[in-house]
Design a protein around this ligand. Sequence first.
Ligand code: SF4
Length: 306
Amino acid sequence: MQLDHYVNTLGKHLKSRFGERVHKLPLHAGFTCPNRDGSIGRGGCSFCSVDSFSEERDGSVDGQLAHGRQTIDWVKRYLAYFQAYTNTYAEIAHLRSLYDSALASHGVVGLCVGTRPDCVPDAVLDLLAAYQEQGSEVWLELGLQSAFDETLQRVNRGHGFAEYTATVARAQARKIPVCTHLIIGLPGETPEQSLISLERVLTEGVQGLKLHPLMIVRGSRLALEYDRGELAVLSLTDYVDTAAEMIRRTPAEVIFHRVGASARAPTLIAPDWCSKTLPTNNAIAHNLAKLGAQGYRTARPYPING
Ligand code: SF4
């Protein structure tokens, strides 16, 4: 079942803008993270594992993009996705040189820059705004995960919702599209909290969303809690019900970069249904087909718990 019949996907948006398929190529540009090196915190977010990033590193930005192009040679245009760690955590001259090199690489039509909400100085936003003015597709991807400060504390994010709202306001002032990452099934969170997180994010203003389930990955702190039997993971059905309801409550113009996620063995510990993305996407598409597509609930007022 085609997800983009029911969801305004990034793929659909890019095809309409560029007239052909555009693929996102992930990069590991050698960054670290202030929540690991001690400047904000140590040990990182409890769901994050260095292991899941290290296998993706493969030389220069241009070299990684060239390698990515070979693996999907039927696509001719790409977004360079600065994905691993905190991709704004460096001096501005270094960032400019990395981003410039990506944009100069063959077939690259834009940038997605993944980072923390508390690590986006004005100089970075000005740089991204300049790329956008030059015609590049630009996305600032902010890892928020939850709009609840107690949850952010529980998973050792090292920032609260206030840092997110401040950065979104500065990005919106420059008209830089923001894609916010939310995790469903964080420790102690209910499905209703995921719906409230979505509502808070929509209220602040957002152009893109990325949803994914909590995955327990090898090397993370949550893996230790899971091993001790202190943590439950979502079933596929529970994830699909919550994700689909979030999509229904999202206005049609917001672009979903992703509605699921997967990890490979041996990195993935649980849940096992996260070893593949396609069945999750199909189940979400079925739910949306049956109960209403993206935006269905925005046109029909609903009680917050309804
Ligand atoms: S999820 Fe991001 S912010 Fe958290 S530890 Fe990992 S790289 Fe750092």
